[in-house]
Design a protein around this ligand. Sequence first.
Ligand SMILES: [Mn+2]
Length: 394
Amino acid sequence: MRFAHLSDTHLGYRQYNLDKREDDFYKAFHKCIDKIIDEKCDFVIHSGDLFDEPRPHIRALVEVRKAIDKLHDSGIEFITVAGNHDILMRKGSLIPHALYKRIKVLTPKNPVKVIGDVFIGGLPYHSKIHINALKDSLKLLSKKSQEYGKRILVMHQGIDKYFGLEYELKFGDVPKGFDYYAFGHIHKRIEDEFEGGKIVYPGSTEIWRVDELVDFEKNRKGFVLVDTDDFSIKRVDIDIRPFIKLEVESTFDLNEIKHRIAGKKKPILYVTVKTDDQRYQTIYRELNRELSNKVLYIDIKKKNISKEETRFTEAVDLRDLINEMMEGYKGEEKDFAYSLFKTLSSGDIEAAFTLTEDFYRVWDSNAQDIKNRGKAEAPSKIKEVFQSSLEAYR
Ligand SMILES: [Mn+2]
């Protein structure tokens, strides 16, 4: 059998508040789906963040229905797990996938789908605070998978080996014994060997954030095809709108830039200008005037050339700073402060609320509402709330 593995399609995302950018994300998704149908795959695994928000635009919901119908007409099943963007962390809330009877969502209660001789086990995104629940579920899945010849594990998690400080799961906690690890969450394309199996992050299907550009230039965007005979993989690339980053000095060749951005599709252009303040204003106006009708979106920024400022940014590591300021606090508390800072600086208030609620409910046994009920009740209370915040994606 053959299957396609894609991830992080972020449907409904409206980058720079532009209609065309919202369209781009739908187009990339449909390009993948059409190629999957052409390749006559037996099934599709999507590793989460199908939608950009847990309450997506109607348009995003309709585009998913179109894709699912196309796949269904070709007899291709669609299997997925909920990513952090798909989940609204409220008790009893549903994920948008609940609208479609033809999407198979793997959940902690129903984590397994078997197709032919292939075991597919999957779990939704777990934040760092819920990581022990994830580890417990993984143990159960490993056990269940043992009676099958071919085993796939689907997860939407960042792993420290690939994700620096923002990871939830450590590489050592990835369970052994699977042939293929269909992972999502990291938007880069990653293929790695692990205990005789393969760990694959197909990455996002469009450029969701500008920091994906380095990987995009090297590895493009797309998905992977996998043969279950030997779990060999083949990358499939899709064409997306060009995303170009340039650095210019005080004097530059405008025609060369125009040549660089010319093409079938208007690109997204990021320009960094290395110059002093006075000259910057002139360059900013010139670039805007000359290029704005040739690009879909232009972002012009000044690069600080002052030595002092460079030294300052190099010297400050947020993690170190927090560790220093929070001396004497527990590791979890420092982690929480770090995550909260990151979430708030990205402007995601909803996520900051969730993070805070989760933290105080799960970790702080001295929280006021628990104190009021007396100590004896505290452990079960913690357990109950712990369960309820996972309820959202069961
Ligand atoms: Mn994502």
